[in-house]
Ligand binder design. Sequence first.
Ligand code: PLP
Length: 404
Amino acid sequence: MFDINEIREQFPILGEKVYGKPLIYFDNGATTHRPRRVIEKMDEYYYKYNSNVHRGVHYLSNKCTDANEEAREVVRGFINAASTKEIIFTRGTTESINLVAYTFSEAFLHPGDEVLVTEMEHHANIVPWQMACERKGATLKVIPFNEQGELDLSNLDSLITAKTKILGIAYVSNVLGTVNPVAELIKKAHAVGAKVLVDAAQAIPHIPVDVQALDCDFLAFSGHKIYGPTGVGILYGKESLLEQLPPWHGGGEMIKTVTFAKTTYNELPFKFEAGTPDFIGIIGLGEALKFVSEIGMSDIRAHELALLNYAHSELAKIDGMRFYGTATEKSGAISFLVGDIHPFDLGTLLDHMGVAVRTGQLCAEPVMQHYGINGLVRASLGVYNTEQEVDVLVKSIKRAAAMF
Ligand code: PLP
């Protein structure tokens, strides 16, 4: 059973005060907090076992190597990948997308080809593709979204064509909270022979993700957005496709043999893991995924959806409230402006009341351009947030608004 108090007790930081007030944290879209068991697991490995992975014959190295590979199996199971060969450890979503944008474009992108993204992407799923298109003489195309913040698929047939080589799409928008119809778009893309990379940075902590059910070709996420450590992320890729991509970073671990005449490369997933990985972070991520799995992703989704609906209805009662992103299928984030109050001013006042929200362009400038605004305030939910906290958020916004 979902016991919110028991969940909250596992997060030491939630007991902290800011400016003498209890911390109310609604910036989970930027990063989540870590439960005690994740911090303790990492501490345990630093205190007792720390040693480089995949290299040693000694006890400590074997201990860390085993834990590193166990975490890979936890990730595989969590997203239902077919094999651990398909799970590549990276530094985060950004690095995962860059890896694909670079290697995929080296292998498959030619002048005149097209790469498709959506108008609601985070910069991390725009810029690497722009760079790839520039290098290869390809063109970047964009699926627009409508006023509610839902993808406008009315011209899809002219956007997904035989020229399309890959679609990069957010499963959940970090600004609008929209849950995109990725399964449907993957089918459409596959019908013309295009591949699909799903940016699951904002989906992974909120909704169950099954890469085989989606049939996506690549999927990226970050550990720190799902109660795990910073500095570690995941790239999932279909084995057959990863086999066809050239290596990215060169160095130790990604090689089979090295001579000055020729280097041969390691098998998957190590071909894409040059150098010492953040193995303690990886072990921490495995623990974080166990934590959410034990609660149950479906229960987390149900809790957060109820909270999202409650927050929308309570926030809507505030004079001058304008929501950005009112899609039917939503998760995680509520972005808004109140009257003509600048988002930075509102965010700063809320901060002094102990309420942490994100303000600004949210690494999605094209979304701001769509609405003709300079920035937004975003409240993003996590597993530990409560209705009482939403009430404080609403009260604090009203207090702040009254100061203007
Ligand atoms: N994609 C989306 C949708 C995001 O929300 C974020 C971070 O906010 C990223 C990518 C980048 O994640 P990271 O900074 O962990 O690489």
